[in-house]
Design a protein around this ligand. Sequence first.
Ligand code: ARG
Length: 578
Amino acid sequence: MACLLRRTIAAKLSRTLQQPEELLLPALSAVPVFRKQQTPDFKLALSVLRLNGSLPTTGDIQLQTEDLTRQLKPDNVIEDISAGSGAINFTINRKFLIQKLLEPFGNSDATFGLNSELLNTLNRGTTLVEYSSPNIAKKFHAGHLRSTIIGNFIANLKQALGNKVIRMNYLGDWGMQFGLLGAGFTQFGSYSKLKDNPLQHLFEVYVQVNREAEHNDNLRQEARDFFRKLEEHDTEAMSLWQRFRDITVEEYQHVYKRLGVYFDVYSGESLHQSQAQEVVEQLQSRGLLKTTEKGTGVVDLSISGDMSNVCTVLRSDGTTLYITRDIAAAIDRKDRYKFTEMIYVTDKSQANHFQQLFQVLSGLGHPWAESCRHVPFGLVKGMKTRTGEVVFLEDVLDEARTRMLHNMSQSKTTKELEDPEDTAEKVGLSALIVQDFKGPLHSDYSFDWDRILQAQGDTGVFLQYTHARLCSLLQKNEDLEAAHFDPSLLNEPSAISIVQHLLRYDEVLHQSSQDLQPKHLVNFLLKLCHLTASAHRELPVKGSPAEVAKARRRLFKGSCSVLANGIKLLGITPVQKM
Ligand code: ARG
């Protein structure tokens, strides 16, 4: 395993440098593989050792590198040690490297890389991830879709790394829109339509009542009345609201299931109205609440105290706002779940909102505000379905499935499938997800169905295709499955490249766990697919001498299993056939 190899190198260095292994490990990393070029396996960055005090910071770094390289002598395991630029390169004995790395795949190993030294250095605890969080009766836009899949990835990753994870959906289920919806439903609503197609019907009513309210004073008054009734917990008003909420959650659960996403908790703004009032009182008693000329209640967050950056927590009519409920919700979650960290996933337009939220929490004397984090992402431009702009999540999923099904029917390589619709759904979804995860989350991108569904190129379809191909290869050669294999029979560059690439898996997960960006993993997996495609061409299993075939099968097993594990972390279900 990668970790074992890192340990071996660290132990050697530790003796020469007279420094504990723990300090040396962070400076060691697997060398990225380049096509058609031999590379060492690991490198030790001297800059890191200088920073953590393991090496003197004076003198020329290159001379230091060469000097240290000379002091380290190769042995049976580390065969070659050479000086690179500012780094020492290590090459592991080929047979040993391949043996250690592919050993775990003798049985199906879903934990490959997860128990590494590197990942064991991470703190574990309870992670609360809040994502998706659509608004009842409003559009489920591309931003909600992004939040859903990104949050799901973060939750999967944190869980795989040994944390207890709470997956939370924070519904937009309170506010003036429910006044409008309540008033509107009495006029334009129908219970039977609500039953047949709840999300659609609620949205229609909402659109209609908004249009009507523009020129209808009575309706606006009715809406205000209805919302006041809700705030006063009037039984009749509440029961209608509850009904809207229940069927919405039920519908969403159904669609999330198609996406492979689930939540432990369906929370929402409505749950924190009274606590929000308490928050206002706390702010007041701490002297943090200021009243503006307009009569609104604000917290001054400016450094100089000149009200140049304020957070409004109270309207002039005494009602609370989105942020006030967020403050209350955060405190409630800390009490309830005792999280070690909390992660919010929304588009970047809310970055300021979350910054203010964390600042107010600190101001209220909650040091754990430091362990809250906002993961912002950019806009998706031009995501459309046959029916036009995205309004419902289900439409996007249907569109992905239909288009993929069409592409599959055109392809000559499509196999006889038991359930082509299901395969198309899974592959279509992976196309959506990979496109979304490839770049930095912060960037905006333009959506293009044709591009994301290409079978060639760096797409989710390519990931699935490679996985399915590997599955079929393994299956066809099931008789070669064996506990032992001869690593010396895997000496071709394309085999070594895969092995070297797998050495990086835990580093990639580590990197993602730090910046919460899925791109490291996506790009790692895409590269694994490219390397696998070359190996597939160059290293036939069928028709090779039995021992060679056995060793090659083991190589492909390793690649298939890491591919499957990685794909699952991304929130994609790998397909066996396509
Ligand atoms: N419902 C909000 C929206 O659609 C997102 C909620 C984000 N989470 C939060 N705790 N404020 O914009």
